[in-house]
Design a binder for this molecule. Structure first.
Ligand SMILES: Nc1nc2c(ncn2[C@@H]2O[C@H](COP(=O)(O)OP(=O)(O)OP(=O)(O)O)[C@@H](O)[C@H]2O)c(=O)[nH]1
Length: 640
């Protein structure tokens, strides 16, 4: 099989061939005219315009050949389109490429071939103009040039068609682009969510979209018949016209305003209007482009918002007045509070001053017993400075060790039950100073609940002096100032107790009634002072000669009693003691440089365990016995 060379630009070449749309088309005079002329001028039987397709060569014009196409592998022209110069084969039988070609060996018995490529404006060889003869021949230079010129004419025809096709394609592209733009515009125009309208210079609607119709309630046909003036709210016309004039006068490129249209139902529709203008190439106004956005909902929302705001403002105003009133009241109450606080602070200061300068120690403790306040007097009373005391446990500071447990339990009980017997009372307790010295204190304790926490505040008064005075008073009340012996009152206190002891022990007791003999004479002769000394000496001797369980008492004047207890031998013992006392009294008494003698009359009243004697009865009985001793001559003992 004969092969043929493949052009390097085959794909491009074939594309162009197909675009030219020459294959399998009718005969055309422009091609046939050339082939006929070439046949005549070169005097060859066959002239062809061959178009080299992918697998064939097809003859657009042919002279002297019946076939319309041949396979490409048989085509001489398949070789011609490779070269830039014409292919001239003088004798095919001598050319190795073609001598076995069936078109050489068989019909039409090609012996001579001369072909020139037909080229596009871009230089692509789509086919050839070729002259063929069945006998070998030489082609002169003139003949070759004629063939080249004719091929050039055909090439120009091809290039012309190529240009036409190119232009047509471009036009087609432009039209498609325009259509696409138009389609896009239509889509935007028709499907836009906002109203779009083209308005003529005279105000009439040229074109309106559905969105605008929907906003205004008109159909397109109805709206087109109106002008924008017809549907604009009268109050908004002036501003619209004013801006429109500026736009027309090229003072502005576009304008925007919020205005009202009247819709088909006669209702107001608020819109946001943007107006631009479309100018012709000659600079004349063609039409206006309106973008109309329905803002009715927004306006209604704004209106209701404004109503809401107004309502809110009214409420705020009312509330403000209320608040102002409340504020005035608050201010006055704050002033009152301030005054109260100032008063309170003043009171606090006063209180602090009073506490600080109080004669009593002031001590405050919290719910866990730690000291929180400690005044100056507390410092003096207990010996701990305020700085040392604050924050320490009260029990470690002033409570004697023996009482600490009771103190803790008392606090605990109060915190659990709210009760404590010592609270809000004046009680006397023993406290301890820093130096360990005990002291009696009168305490007043209060419990307060502050912010849910209990505090205990206490005033403690050092009652050492008072206690001492009381002790003296008590002592004086029951003792004779001159002799220091218990007095009549003490005797009357003592006797029932002694009787009770006697009863309990079932051992008798006795009361000795002692009246000095001759005392008045000492008093009178030596003076009252000397009498006092005698009385003191007698008291001393009485005290010394009785047992600890016995009691010597001065009743008054020169009268004494002695209470004798535990008299195992009853009257015998009493008598014995009485005599002993008498003997002791009768001993000489030294008074400075001199000595005096004195005696006594003693009456005894024995009280037996099961007897019932009042103190008076017992004293009277002893007195009576003493009287008997006096009567019997003094200086003796009489047992009743
Ligand atoms: N010095 C002194 N004399 C007192 C005191 N109290 C009483 N007298 C006096 O004691 C005397 C008691 O009087 P009498 O009991 O009659 O004196 P008396 O000489 O002992 O007489 P008889 O009892 O009858 O023996 C009176 O003179 C009182 O004035 C006192 O406290 N001191």
């Amino acid at each position: 099989m004969t092969t043929y060379p493949m052009p390097s630009n085959e794909t491009e070449r074939l594309n162009l061939l197909y675009i030219l749309n020459l294959l399998d088309t009718q005969e055309e005079p422009v091609f046939d005219h050339i082939t006929r002329m070439v046949a005549k001028i070169l005097d060859v039987p066959i002239v062809l315009v061959s178009l080299v397709d992918a697998d064939r060569q097809w003859f657009k014009s042919r002279v002297g050949l019946a076939a319309t196409e041949t396979p490409r592998e048989l085509a001489f022209c398949a070789h011609t389109i490779i070269d830039t110069t014409p292919l001239i084969v003088t004798d095919t039988t001598l050319d190795a490429r073609f001598k076995d070609n069936p078109l050489v060996t068989g019909d039409p018995h090609i012996r001579f071939y001369a072909g020139v490529p037909l080229r596009s404006s871009g230089g692509l060889a789509i086919g050839t103009l070729c002259a063929i003869d069945s006998k070998p021949r030489l082609l002169s230079e003139d003949e070759t040039n004629i063939l080249i010129d004719m091929a050039a004419l055909l090439s120009r025809e091809v290039q012309l068609r190529e240009s036409v096709i190119l232009i047509r394609n471009q036009m087609s592209h432009s039209e498609q682009a325009i259509e696409a733009v138009e389609a896009r515009f239509r889509t935007v125009f028709e499907r836009a969510g906002v109203g779009i309208a083209l308005v003529a210079a005279d105000g009439g609607w040229i074109r309106v979209n559905d969105a605008l119709c929907q906003t205004l309630g008109y159909s397109q046909e109805e709206l087109i018949k109106l002008t924008f003036v017809d549907i604009t709210h009268p109050q908004d016309l002036d501003s619209d016209f004013y801006l429109l004039q500026q736009l027309i006068g090229n003072e502005i490129d576009r304008y925007q305003l919020e205005k009202r249209y009247i819709n088909k139902s006669g209702n107001i529709v608020w819109v946001n209007l943007i107006v631009t203008k479309q100018m012709s190439k000659q600079g004349e106004l063609e039409y206006f482009v309106l973008i109309i956005k329905d803002i009715q909902a927004r306006k209604e929302a704004e209106a209701s918002l404004a109503d809401l705001r107004k309502d809110l403002e009214e409420r705020v105003e009312t509330r403000t007045q209320d608040l102002r009133l409340a504020n005035t009241m608050l201010s006055s109450s704050m002033e009152q509070q301030l005054r109260s606080e100032q008063e309170l602070r003043k009171r606090e200061a006063e209180l602090q001053m009073v506490i600080e300068n109080a004669n009593d120690a002031y001590v405050c403790i919290n719910h866990i017993g730690l000291i929180t306040d400690w005044n100056r007097q507390a410092e003096q009373t207990f010996g701990w400075s305020r700085q040392e005391a604050i924050g320490r446990r009260l029990e470690d500071m002033i409570i004697p060790a023996a009482m600490r447990k009771a103190h803790r339990e008392g606090m605990k009980r109060y915190l659990n039950t709210g009760e404590h017997p010592v609270l809000n009372q004046r009680i006397e307790l023993t406290a301890v100073r820093r130096n360990g010295e005990m002291l009696p204190v009168e305490v007043r304790v209060c419990a307060l609940s502050i912010d849910g926490k209990t505090i205990f505040s206490a005033f403690l008064h050092d009652i050492t002096d008072r206690k001492r005075a009381e002790a003296i008073r008590d002592h004086e009340a029951l003792h004779d100032a001159l002799t220091g012996l218990p007095n009549r009152r003490a005797l009357f206190n003592l006797l029932p107790q002694a009787e009770a002891r006697a009863k309990r022990s079932q051992v008798a007791m006795a009361l000795l009634f002692i009246d000095l003999d001759g005392f008045k004479a000492i008093n009178d002769s030596q003076g009252h002072e000397a009498g006092d000394m005698v009385l003191r000496e007698v008291a001393s001797r009485l005290h010394k000669c009785i047992r600890q369980t016995d009691t010597a008492v001065r009743l008054g004047g020169d009268e004494f009693t002695v209470v004798l207890e535990n008299l195992v031998n009853d009257a015998t013992d009493a008598n014995k003691v009485a005599k002993k006392i008498l003997a002791v009294i009768q001993r000489p008494i030294r008074l400075g440089t001199m000595t005096v003698n004195i005696s006594a009359s003693i009456g005894i009243a024995v009280h037996y365990p099961n007897e019932v004697n009042t103190a008076d009865q017992l004293v009277n009985r002893a007195d009576a016995a003493m009287y008997e001793a006096k009567r019997a001559g003094k200086g003796r003992v009489f047992l009743q």
